[in-house]
Design a protein around this ligand. Structure first.
Ligand SMILES: *[C@@H]1O[C@H](CO)[C@@H](O)[C@H](O)[C@H]1NC(C)=O
Ligand SMILES: *[C@@H]1O[C@H](CO)[C@@H](O)[C@H](O)[C@H]1NC(C)=O
Ligand SMILES: *[C@@H]1O[C@H](CO)[C@@H](O)[C@H](O)[C@H]1NC(C)=O
Ligand SMILES: *[C@@H]1O[C@H](CO)[C@@H](O)[C@H](O)[C@H]1NC(C)=O
Length: 517
């Protein structure tokens, strides 16, 4: 039953997730669209199969009705002492029916052409979609859900109700979805979360009536018992198993009992205990940490027309979000048309040179990336803009990394500089002195950029760019630039990163001898 409902759940989650190497559909809006289309075809093929089957049944049923009527009139005649089959026409019709009609029907059923056609359609479809989602994909999607739970403090029932971070959505999960999520989390050794989902499945199952609820409740209880064993709660596991046997005494539970008697529970290491996790999570939720003293003055916004000749006529809109280290947002750096041109370039790269597309699917970072060089007018314009805003020499800047985060897509706290020793590729360029990150989309919900040690969160606004220095003036790394991309709840987050290197910048940001500055 698992593999069957796995496909079902994948398709279900495909509606739930917007946005992903062999796998990770959910981080790719393009791939999710393919799956969506596939499901539409599936529905259409199934619907047309059902209509044809119904027509066939109708035919069968009217044939049977017709014969029954004949038989009824025959017995009426019989009562009137007229021998029905002595009538030549009746005799002919009986023989005709048996020789032709029943045979046709038999043939129709034996051939089962409709079913064969339907199966062919399904096989063709599977061939067209290069890679169908697999179990790994399903587990990836479930990890995405659980990530939303931990980053946005959502309970399983919040998610199941479609109650995402205070905003109600239509997609709700039923007990079976919750059960499947619980089972997969158990398989992935995420026992605490598995328990939460299985308990919810049990609760939701109580609310439905059906023929197979007993069987299903039995399966839910078995997984509950197994999960309690892994969590070291042997007594509860025993109670669960005993309870199961009270209403389904025929169920063979010896294996689980043996597991219960001999299993030494594992102690999984939780990433959530890491130093920055709770600050990161709070900032992702758009809450500042009152107890941390940082270098923010009240947010300062101003128009700057003196920075560069570029901004004489249309001044640059600046928001200083942090003073030391400097973190600034510049609004309206690119307009919608310019962004469209950049995204078109990335789409072209994607379709013509898909091998250049990098999928980053470590759990730390779920996103897709392409790299754009400066051979197009729009990219040259953007490079000049970044130069004008940052004041840096853009001659030897890295090409732009374009990343696409789907739902549940995120990048855990990390730093952009390499530190010493520099990798060979950076030896001449120097380390990444500065990061400029432009938002190429709005995000409906979630996807903030946060600086956990600086108490700073930034909501993505299409066309705006964040700029910060990864190095102190001494060119030592600035650890305070630790930053993260929070999980996307709804929508797609697209960003463009340009890293500026420290070589060639001697006259742009003169360094000092004080390594602390
Ligand atoms: C998470 O939500 C629960 C209520 O569902 C609340 O009691 C708890 O304080 C929240 N935790 C954080 C870290 O926000
Ligand atoms: C605030 O700025 C001072 C220097 O101006 C620096 O020493 C300190 O580390 C900064 N505080 C934080 C929390 O970054
Ligand atoms: C830049 O990228 C385009 C594709 O977008 C490619 O055709 C071109 O050869 C690249 N130019 C350089 C100098 O790498
Ligand atoms: C930027 O740096 C390069 C390489 O050092 C140099 O040739 C060029 O003149 C610089 N550009 C500006 C505008 O200073």
């Amino acid at each position: 039953m698992l593999s069957q409902s796995c496909i079902y759940l994948c398709l279900l989650l495909s509606g739930f997730f917007g946005i992903l190497v062999s796998g990770e559909f959910y981080s790719s809006i393009e791939k999710m669209e393919i799956l969506g289309e596939m499901e539409e075809t599936l529905v259409e093929a199934t619907r047309s199969y059902l209509v044809q089957q119904q027509q066939q049944l109708q035919l069968l049923s009217s044939f049977v009705d017709h014969i029954r009527r004949e038989h009824a009139s025959a017995s009426e005649m019989h009562e009137q002492n007229e021998e029905y089959l002595e009538q030549p026409l009746q005799a002919f019709r009986l023989i005709k029916r048996l020789v032709l009609d029943w045979k046709d029907l038999n043939h129709l059923l034996a051939m089962n052409e409709l079913k064969a056609n339907y199966r062919n359609t399904l096989d063709e479809m599977a061939k067209e979609v290069e890679v169908l989602p697999n179990l790994e994909e399903l587990q990836g999607a479930i990890k995405g859900l659980v990530r939303l739970q931990s980053v946005y403090n959502l309970t399983a029932s919040d998610l199941a109700d479609g109650n995402l971070n205070g905003k109600k959505t239509d997609s709700a999960l039923n007990w079976r979805d919750c059960f499947e999520i619980g089972v997969q989390l158990y398989e992935m050794a995420e026992y605490k979360r598995a328990l939460e989902w299985l308990v919810l499945a049990d609760k939701l199952l109580d609310e439905v009536q059906g023929d197979d609820t007993l069987k299903m409740a039995t399966e839910v209880y078995e997984y509950l018992a197994l999960t309690y064993i892994e969590l070291g709660e042997k007594d509860t596991a025993q109670e669960t198993l005993t309870k199961l046997l009270t209403w389904n005494s025929a169920r063979p539970t010896q294996n689980i009992q043996a597991h219960l008697d001999h299993r030494m529970p594992k102690c999984p290491i939780k990433k959530e205990d890491s130093e920055y996790f709770s600050d990161y999570v709070r900032l992702c939720q758009g809450k500042r940490l009152p107890e941390i003293k940082t270098n923010q003055s009240s947010p300062r916004c101003y128009l700057d027309s003196n920075r560069h000749a570029y901004f004489k006529l249309s001044p640059l809109k600046v928001e200083q979000v942090n003073l030391d280290p400097d973190i600034n947002i510049y609004y309206g750096v690119l307009n919608d048309n310019q962004i469209k041109s950049i995204l078109r370039l990335s789409d072209e790269l994607d379709s013509f040179r898909s091998t250049h597309r990098k999928y980053v699917i470590s759990d730390m970072r779920i996103s897709q990336q392409v790299w754009l060089n400066y051979s197009s007018p729009i990219m040259r314009t953007y490079r000049q803009l970044v130069g004008a805003i940052s004041g840096f020499n853009m001659t030897n800047v890295e090409i732009m990394q374009l990343a696409n985060y789907g739902i549940g897509g995120h990048y855990e706290p990390h730093i952009d500089y390499m530190g010493s020793p520099l990798p060979p590729y950076y030896a001449k360029r120097g380390d990444r002195i500065s990061t400029s990150m432009i938002y190429l989309s709005d995000v409906q919900q979630g996807g903030y950029t946060v600086f956990p040690t600086q108490n700073v969160f930034v909501k993505p606004v299409k066309g705006s760019m964040i700029l910060w220095y990864n190095q102190l003036r001494s060119l030592n790394p600035d650890h305070r630039t630790l930053h993260a991309g929070c999980a996307v709840i709804e929508g797609i987050k697209r960003i463009g990163n340009i890293w500026i290197h420290s070589s060639y910048q001697e006259f742009r940001r003169p360094c000092t001898l004080n390594s602390e500055e």
